[in-house]
Each structure stands twice: as C-alpha cells, then as structure tokens.
Design a binder for this molecule. Structure first.
Ligand SMILES: *Cc1c(COP(=O)(O)O)cnc(C)c1O
Length: 409
C-alpha cells in the first residue's frame, strides 16, 4: 500500500470506507441495477421501524431491492394484477403456490396436459405432505364439477396446454370454480405471457373474469434471451399476496440482480418478439399442414387444433409453439428422431421464447389420459419458433423431412 500526502499509510479501511460520493442527479433511460445482501440503516430506529412488505423500504437483499421492486411493478402492470413476487424459476412459482396455499388433507386439481413438472410436484412433494391431487380434462368443464369435493382448495389452469397445445375452456372452468368460493384458481400464464389474453379479465359469457393467481416462467418470453431462469407470481387480492409473500420470505426465495437486469432488458421488446414469433409460428404451422407427413399439426389458431374455438373466444394472439404429430403406424420413433437430428437451425433442447428455434420429440403413448391424444401412438415433435427468418426455418424443416424416409403403408 502507498502512503497519503501526510505520510499515513493507506489501509483496506480507507478503500472500503472511501469518502468519494458520485454526483447526484444521474438519470438514464434504463433503471439502475442494485445488488445487495446487506442493506444499511441510518440508525437503530430506522432498523427497527423499516418495512419491506409494502415496498416502503429496504431491510435485506432477500426482501427486495429497487431492482426487484421495479421488475415486480412492471410485471404487475403487464399482467393486470397489483402485486408480484419473483422466484428463481417458473417451476419455483408453481411450487410456492402449492406450499403457500395447501394444507394436509387438501386437494389440488391439475390439468392432464399441464406443464409436466407441475404434475411431478404434486406427485412427488405435495403427496408426502398429505395433499392429494387429481388430473382433469381441460376441455371438459362439466366433468370438472364432478371432481370437486369439500377438500378441493386449488385449481390449476394452463392455456394452452403443454406440448399438445389444447386450448382449455377457460371461461367454463372458471365458472365451475366460482361456484365453490373456497377454491383458488391459479393460471400458468407462461404461454400467454400477459399478451395473448388478460389473466385478470378472461372473456366469459358473464363478462371478464379474473383468476386469483397468475404465474409465469419469465425464463421464456420476458427474458427472450435463453439465458435467464426466473418465475413470477402475480395477484390482485392483498390477502392472497400476503399469504404467498410470507411463504416466499420463509423459504428464502431470492433472485439475483444480474438476472433481474436480464428480464428488465427483455421486457420492453417482448410484445414485438411475441408478435414476430406468433406470426412465424402460424406460417410454419400452415406450411406443415400442407405437407403429407403429419397426422396433425397443433397450434391453437388452426381450426382443426383441439380447443381452437376456446382460443378464438379468449385470445388476441398466440405464442410461437407448434407441435407436429407423426402417426406411429406410418413412421417409427427412429424415423422421427432422424428428422429431428437432421434439423440444422432448430436446436434440440427444452424451453422457448429465445432467439434460437428449438425442437423436442415426445412419445405420445402414456402421455395423456384425456382428449384426442389419450389413445394415440406415435411421436409428437414440438417446435419453439425463434427469431430466425421464417423462410430459412421452413427450408430447414423441408430438408430435414427428407431424412424421415418412406412411410409404412
Ligand atoms: C417453462 C415452463 C415452466 C417452468 O419454467 P422454468 O423457469 O423453466 O422453471 C412452467 N410452466 C410452463 C408452461 C413452462 O413452459
């Protein structure tokens, strides 16, 4: 270490407790990013009186920073809710809802075509706490009524369904749930992203109806980069938010400032990206429909796709996902794998919403217990459309389809 003008040697204390204060009044077009575990207080009175739950102050990094509060507020606006919580992944949002709301003896109803790990959470975690689950057919609101009993506390809805993309009868499901005031309705809104429809104003014959909770995998569209994992939970009811917030706090579910920065950066361009991926997915879906290889092309905007009428009644847009069903009696799983392996621009991998188009094959057998795919054999290939030129993606599909080889008669 050097010495200062007076000959006193400079210590680590001088570097840590440095006197320089940058000038105030800094403004930029992007919000500053704040990183902290420790938050310091002016004095002990401030330490004792400071509140974090209502965003009136800061107590500890885990309980909020200007960065997390800013992202929460923007997501509340996107969703049409009032309060939002951030968690480390979309799946953590699903888990937190279950842990905060359910008690031993309660039951949760989950769509048969829900995001798979939501079902696994019920089977693996909730079950061991004495919380039962049942899977329901998201197309059959009348049948839902028959599954409800005095223990039913939570109804998950997901629009569109994962992988098979059936669009549910959201209005019908909500109407059934609302006949039972003790049931909380939680929506997995990852596909809609707050853009395709309004979670807190779902069109129904009785007028717009809210869900109670809307969760997102911010990992997908809000990030848009394929480089951040995060989830959110948005509510309108202060008591519901409080209940979730206390469990969130007790579990210590924090998110990192760098990741918050990634989502804050992605959010402004999300509507443009979503619209571009929506348009590209529809063009690709229509091109696929014109081909002979597929038993069915699944995309809620296609009239033959399951739940299309519900999508029309609910949505003003659709996400960039398309699923292609290969008939198992015409093409073996090995042939479909050869098609997937032959793709060059589409990369093999999970998730969606980023710039790179992705593909995942799923075996249909045993995947569904209700609906058109319950008895279907074959392979479904899910495409997640990125931001490449659509013509290039179509050319890629075209060349890869030649790797399929001949169909069985
Ligand atoms: C990806 C996804 C999740 C989970 O998000 P992660 O951040 O990957 O945990 C939840 N629900 C749906 C519908 C998803 O697509």
């Amino acid at each position: 270490m050097t010495s200062d003008e007076t000959g006193k040697s400079i210590t680590s204390t001088d570097l840590i407790h440095h006197g320089y204060e940058p000038p105030g009044g800094f403004k930029s077009v992007v919000p500053g990013i704040f990183k902290a575990s420790t938050v310091v207080f002016e004095n002990t009175a401030a330490l004792r009186s400071r509140q974090w739950k209502d965003k009136s102050g800061y107590t500890y990094g885990l309980h909020g920073t200007p960065s997390t509060f800013t992202l929460e507020e923007r997501l509340s606006t996107l969703e049409g809710g009032t309060r939002t919580l951030l968690v480390p992944s979309g799946l953590a949002a699903i888990g937190l809802v279950g842990l905060a709301l359910l008690r031993p003896g309660d039951e949760v109803l989950i769509p048969d075509n829900a995001y798979g790990p939501n079902k696994d959470f019920a089977r693996g975690e909730l079950k061991q706490w004495g919380i039962e689950h049942r899977f329901y057919d998201s197309q059959d609101a009348a049948a839902l009524e028959g599954l409800i009993n005095e223990r039913t506390r939570l109804l998950w809805v997901e629009a569109a369904g994962s992988v098979t993309l059936e669009f549910p009868d959201l209005a019908g499901l909500l109407a059934v749930a609302r006949r039972h005031p003790r049931i909380t309705v939680a929506l997995d809104n990852t596909w809609g992203a707050g853009l395709a429809f309004d979670a807190f104003a779902i069109p129904t014959p009785q007028g717009p109806q809210p869900v109670d909770i809307s969760i997102h995998a911010l990992t997908k569209y809000p990030s848009g980069g394929g480089d951040v994992l995060m989830g959110s939970i948005t509510t309108r009811d202060p008591a519901m938010h409080h209940q979730l917030n206390m469990t969130h706090m007790r579990l210590g579910l924090g998110v990192g400032a760098n990741d918050v920065e990634g989502i804050l950066r992605g959010l402004p361009s999300m509507p443009l990206r979503y619209a571009a991926q929506d348009a590209a997915a529809r063009r690709i879906a229509e091109w696929c429909q014109g081909r002979g290889e597929f038993l069915q092309v699944l995309h809620p905007a296609l009239p033959a796709s399951p739940g299309h009428a519900h999508w029309v009644a609910t949505c003003r847009a659709a996400a960039g996902l398309v699923s292609l069903v290969f008939d198992g009696s015409r093409y073996s799983a090995q042939q479909v794998d050869a098609f997937v392996d032959a793709l060059r621009l589409f990369k093999i991998g999970y998730s969606w919403g980023g710039p790179v188009s992705l593909v995942v094959p799923y075996e249909l057998q045993g995947m569904r217990r209700f609906g058109p795919f319950a008895a279907q054999q074959g392979t479904l290939v899910r495409l997640a459309i990125g931001l490449e030129q659509v013509d290039d993606l179509i050319a890629d599909l075209d060349q890869a389809l030649s790797a399929l080889g001949p169909a069985n008669a």
